[in-house]
Structures are given as structure tokens and as C-alpha cells.
Unconditional design. Structure first.
Length: 132
């Protein structure tokens, strides 16, 4: 009798897993859209350049080495930016990147003022953008 109960529970668990797997497939497209493809990173670069132009800051932008993802970790590409301009415009530029919908993690942000805290500033940014 206990063997029958064990098999019955196993069948119920299997049926539940199959149902849940079907539901999970519905979210796969959403998850895939969260991270850009490697080709989409050039779209990101163009959006960042357009944001810099809109905020009237000068921008130098480079991609570095790609880090291949692992099972539980997405791929990433090193990025470096130098941005020059009004400090308030630099803040708006960073806020624009934050709102861009891309997953960017800055490991360092260094800001230097050209005239003792007044006038134009330069920001050196280094970090990662995550991708598929």
C-alpha cells in the first residue's frame, strides 16, 4: 500500500512540474528581452551618444573585453566613458543611463572640476553592461 501512495505522490508531483514548466515558458520571452544581445550593445552606445548630445556634454565611449556568462550569470562587456560638461548636465546624463532600460553597473565614477568646484567637470566612468 505504501508503494502505491509513493507512486501516486510521484505522479502528482510530475503533473505539477509539467504544469509549472508550461507556465514558465510563458515568461521566457520577457526574460530574454531584459538583456540585450551583443549586437544590441551598439544600439545602447548610440543611445548614450544621443543622450550626451541632448544634455550638451562631450562623450568618449569605448567597449572593452567581453566576459562570457555562466549558467547563473549573464555575459557582460566592459565599458569606459569620459564625459565633460556642466555638473548638472553630468548628473542628468547619468540619470538617463539609469533610465535607459539597460543593466549597467559602474565600478568607478571619478569626477574632477576644472576650477575648484566651479564650472565644467569631467567624469570618468568604468563598469559593465550586461548582455545575453
Amino acid at each position: 500500500r505504501s508503494e502505491i501512495e509513493v507512486r501516486n505522490r510521484a505522479m502528482q508531483s510530475l503533473a505539477l512540474l509539467q504544469t509549472e514548466a508550461g507556465r514558465a515558458k510563458g515568461y521566457r520571452g520577457d526574460l530574454d528581452r531584459l538583456l540585450p544581445t551583443e549586437e544590441d550593445l551598439f544600439v545602447f552606445r548610440n543611445k548614450v551618444k544621443a543622450l550626451a548630445a541632448a544634455e550638451k556634454v562631450t562623450l568618449t565611449f569605448t567597449f572593452g573585453t567581453k566576459n562570457e556568462g555562466k549558467i547563473n550569470e549573464p555575459s557582460s562587456v566592459i565599458l569606459r566613458m569620459t564625459v565633460n560638461g556642466d555638473p548638472a548636465a553630468l548628473v542628468r546624463f547619468l540619470e538617463g543611463i539609469e533610465r535607459s532600460g539597460y543593466f549597467v553597473a559602474f565600478s568607478s565614477i571619478e569626477v574632477a572640476y576644472q576650477a575648484h568646484g566651479k564650472g565644467a567637470a569631467t567624469a570618468e566612468l568604468a563598469g559593465l553592461i550586461f548582455s545575453k
